[in-house]
Design a protein around this ligand. Sequence first.
Ligand code: SAM
Length: 248
Amino acid sequence: MRVDIVSVFPEYFAPLDLSLIGKARSSGVLSINVHDLRDWTHDVHRTVDDTPYGGGPGMVMRPGPWGDALDQLGGTLIVPSPAGVPFTQKMAHSLAAEAHLTFACGRYEGIDQRVVEEFGGLEVSLGDYVLFGGEVAVLVMLEAITRLLPGVLGNADSLADESHAHGLLEAPMYTKPFEWRGHTVPDVLVSGHHGKIARWRRDQSLLRTAARRPDLLAALDPATLDKRDIALLREAGLPVPGEGVAEW
Ligand SMILES: C[S@@+](CC[C@H](N)C(=O)[O-])C[C@H]1O[C@@H](n2cnc3c(N)ncnc32)[C@H](O)[C@@H]1O
């Protein structure tokens, strides 16, 4: 996969040399090029912003330098924005299938909207809060996308049951020692009984999702629930996806 990132703070991307992303870059699975937007300015002050039409506080990024940068780089354009559609694991999967992604990092009040329109960009939000700039959002998206590329994770099985893989949060995990500060590990995990362990993890996954993310539980496809799942939710007094709430 080829990735281009355009920003007025290219230094933000030093972490992309580290860990598994760094390894994927040196092995050739991933090529990441970070560019300074000011390289596409033509005035002596290398200006990238101007006052907003219609008035209001702050500055808006001028379309000219962005247009020249994106003409040269190409790729599927992703524009981080708090006004974008939410970034999800599902979106990470579909972006991981692209051959060439280009990220445009906004600053100030964001980028002139005509840039997104001209290049058919997808505006993507990390969540319902506002950051100073798009750089951190791009680092987050790249972590989520690149770990899905074949050959990047040491053990691809890690992807199978993790949180958000099937609309549920992952069950809690434990490692040695068995007892730590008086807390022990749930007995079932040392039983050696694979069926019981899988069932316990599934139960924990459902209960955790119900407690922390009822929106995810409600959105589950009822066809993915087995009899034991439904019994567990009923016993816990939790709503069962697909079963309507009685109307009064
Ligand atoms: C201060 S914000 C601009 C906010 C913009 N005026 C608005 O209210 O929608 C500057 C830049 O930070 C990035 N940014 C801020 N919050 C974000 C979020 N939740 N998700 C993705 N990017 C974000 C975007 O690149 C944005 O252009």
